[in-house]
Design a protein around this ligand. Structure first.
Ligand SMILES: Cc1cc2nc3c(=O)[nH]c(=O)nc-3n(C[C@H](O)[C@H](O)[C@H](O)COP(=O)(O)O)c2cc1C
Length: 405
């Protein structure tokens, strides 16, 4: 079960749309007491998603709200595999890159608009799909897809996401990438593809980094979302091969097909050879293989073999606009955000995700302008140099000001 909680409680306790007048009183508590108790961070949390000015505020509101009201969702959202080292490698790889700006280029107004498989995007950003998104927001994948459309970006939709492929497809006109865990034979695959096409999905991506379901120890220790999962390998996921992907592509020549979970140049090359439209560099946000390399470290070898031949998406550890600019300069086409979107959902539901994208855009525009680039096309590796990270990498190392946010 997803353990969803009603939207009103989410929003009230996040301080969103929770004016004194709007709060329904619990018997025995004064209005002031109720506001104070339901929103312990009230002084720091704006009353409306529009009042979030910096990402720190969204992250803090999402964290506080989920920790207080939905600890199972929180542990599920932030949990990674085993020692959670891959999560830290993802951040470290981003922090190992510094900017080398070029000045006096008269950048003027920055325009980072872009395309994804022929679809116009306001910025080259994707909301990466999350399986049990329904435990973070009662509208689940629909809330994310609508937020993506409102702002003007694409979203991923996990095959595990509620309320399901058709409902999420119908909820939003944004470009949507289906993230499929294969759970059947070729006939089953063809049937799922037919449904995705009918539901207007832009691309069909195989999530292939889960041959075995990883051991998410945060969930296991706390009896959370993934605690009771069997260790027995799923016969289909563990049995997936390049041959099977190629056979699928041969049967669906007109469909954009992608591979999500690429972590090496070698596999990126095989994906291109198999006719993939999307090469998605990802460590699943650190949730599958522990001790994997950070995706920003993997990116250059993927760019070498796949640039211009397939759309290169990258995610895992991306938290700020400057992170996206680093990846775009290194050759990625689109940057995905997973957990950040979960914090925004926890902070203020769908409106929180829209606001998160608005702030991300401001950060990206400022980074690009101060580097000396006006468009995505102008970003290139000459703007990047190796650096020594200054913070130990962690879940929130991109947000060092949470205490005062
Ligand atoms: C809570 C959560 C659930 C996820 N569920 C899925 C899933 O069902 N299928 C999938 O392909 N990826 C899934 N992912 C991985 C994301 O699509 C994406 O690769 C990852 O979140 C990016 O890393 P980040 O969270 O550090 O931004 C999930 C990620 C999170 C955080």
């Amino acid at each position: 079960m997803d353990g969803e909680i009603p939207r009103r409680k989410f929003l009230q306790t996040a301080g969103v749309a929770t004016t004194a007048a709007a709060v329904a009183l619990t018997p025995g508590r004064s209005k002031a007491e109720q506001i104070a108790e339901d929103a312990p961070q009230a002084a720091a949390v704006p009353a409306d998603a529009k009042n979030f000015v910096v990402l720190h505020q969204i992250v803090k509101a999402g964290r506080d709200n989920l920790m207080k009201n939905n600890i199972k969702a929180w542990n599920y959202l932030i949990g990674s595999a085993d020692s959670e080292t891959t999560l830290r490698h993802n951040r470290q790889a981003l922090d190992q890159v510094a900017f080398k700006p070029r000045l006096l280029h008269g950048v003027g107004k920055v325009d980072l608009s872009s395309t994804l498989l022929g679809n116009k995007m306001r910025i080259p950003v994707l909301l990466s799909g999350m399986g049990s998104v329904g435990i973070m927001d009662p509208d689940g994948g629909r809330a994310v897809a609508r937020a993506a459309a409102t702002f003007g970006v694409a979203c991923g939709v996990s095959s595990e996401a509620k309320p399901g492929m058709e409902e999420i497809g119908a909820a939003s006109p944004c470009p949507k990438l289906y993230q499929l865990y294969v759970r059947g034979d070729d006939a089953w695959l063809d049937a799922v593809a037919a449904r995705a096409i009918k539901s207007g999905y832009t691309a069909f991506c195989f999530t292939v980094d889960g041959a075995y379901f990883s051991r998410r120890e945060r969930d296991i220790i706390t009896g959370g979302q993934n605690a009771g999962l069997s260790d027995a390998p799923d016969p289909y996921l563990s049995g997936m091969t390049w041959d099977r992907v190629k056979r699928f592509k041969d049967r669906h020549k007109d469909l954009h097909v992608g591979i999500k979970g690429i972590s090496s140049g070698e596999d990126a090359e095989l994906a291109v050879k198999a006719g993939m439209s999307v090469v998605w560099v990802s460590t699943h946000g650190g949730r599958q293989l522990d001790h994997a390399r950070g995706t920003m470290e993997v990116l250059p070898e993927v760019v070498k073999v796949a640039k211009g031949k397939a759309t290169i998406i990258i995610d895992s550890g991306f938290s700020r606009g400057s992170d996206a600019i680093k990846a775009l300069a290194a050759g990625a086409d689109i940057v995905g955000y997973g957990k950040l979107q979960g914090y925004a959902l926890g902070a203020a539901g769908e409106a929180g995700v829209v606001r998160m994208l608005e702030i991300l855009e401001k950060e990206m525009n400022a980074s690009a302008a101060n580097l000396g680039a006006k468009t995505v096309a102008q970003l290139n590796p000459s703007y990047l140099v190796k650096a020594t990270p200054v913070n130990p990498p962690s879940l929130f190392s991109a947000f060092p000001l949470l205490d005062i946010a």
